[in-house]
Ligand binder design. Structure first.
Ligand code: LIP
Length: 275
């Protein structure tokens, strides 16, 4: 079943990415509204993209649940729930920075075994992330692996051996609420001299896929909602990356990701710096 869920996620995700790419005007995109703060933007295209994804998925699986970033959640009866970010990296989309993604995850509502990634309610069993401007696709099936998809080919993701922590490249992001961002900046100021450098590219979903692919060594962010992380956490864990939170499971309070060779040292450093 998980492969079927991934196939549907990819089919709909590619259509949604094409819709967003075709809909984006030249220049800056108008912000339709804000959410958690004056800088937490949402556009009409975010909303239309989420509606397209909801319509397509529920037309094929009408008994499923649906949780999207833009709201109007649907409780299902099938035991499968979709967790969707129509555009992860909305600020990049508004400004035209080519780093934003559609993220679609399918979760089942039995309690998950082991330390696998968990969505808001269930255990994520299939995840799909596509970088809209570049078309790069990332996918995972719980217990089967994660891949970069290239046409009908799958290139298996096995996270490479990491450098020593002092040479690690850190992916991160910051909260929309200024007071929380100030605290995060203080913590990052302590972390930065103890690693190679940081990259803050604006999409948590793509950042976690980049850790899986070895383009980043480690990751840390606070304030990620289930739709930001659900699919990409599975991509990372199925590539052999350890993803954790404050007390085990990654959640809105904290998401940390690292190769098992440095995860214990890195997670301790992150917490010691004040995250
Ligand atoms: C974004 C995340 C990013 C985070 C931003 C924002 P959105 O998601 O992917 O990592 O730093 O604050 O939460 O809002 O673009 O879907």
């Amino acid at each position: 079943m998980s492969e079927d869920l991934l196939a549907l996620a990819r089919e709909v995700g590619r259509e949604a990415a094409d819709f967003v790419a075709r809909s984006r005007p030249v220049g800056r995109v108008d912000v339709a509204a804000t959410k958690s703060s004056a800088t937490d933007a949402v556009t009409a295209i975010d909303r239309a993209c989420e509606e397209l994804i909801r319509e397509r998925i529920l037309a094929r699986r009408p008994q499923d649940g649906f949780v999207g970033e833009e709201g109007n959640d649907i409780a299902g009866t099938s035991g499968v729930e979709w967790i969707v970010d129509p555009i992860d990296g909305t600020v990049n989309f508004v400004y035209g920075i080519p780093v934003y993604a559609v993220s679609i995850a399918a979760a089942v509502d039995e309690p998950g075994g082991g330390a696998g990634p968990r969505a808001a309610i269930g255990t994520v069993v299939a995840g799909y992330v596509v970088n809209i401007p570049s078309g790069e696709e990332w996918a995972a099936v719980r217990g089967e692996g994660s891949w970069q998809l290239e046409g009908d080919q799958r290139r298996r993701l096995i996270a490479p051996d990491p450098p020593i922590l002092a040479h690690a490249l850190v992916g991160t992001g910051f909260h929309y609420v200024p007071e929380i961002r100030a605290r995060q900046a203080d913590a990052m100021a302590k972390l930065l001299p103890q690693v190679r450098d940081i990259r803050r590219s604006g999409s948590a979903a793509l950042n976690l896929c980049e850790v899986a692919a070895g383009r980043l060594d480690v990751y840390v962010e606070q304030g990620l909602m289930p739709w930001d992380r659900a699919a990409a956490v599975l991509v990372a864990t199925e590539a052999g990356i350890v993803v954790a939170g404050l007390d085990g499971e990654p959640d809105e309070r904290l998401v940390m990701a690292a190769h098992p060779a440095i995860s214990e040292e890195y997670f301790s450093l992150v917490r010691a710096c004040g995250f």
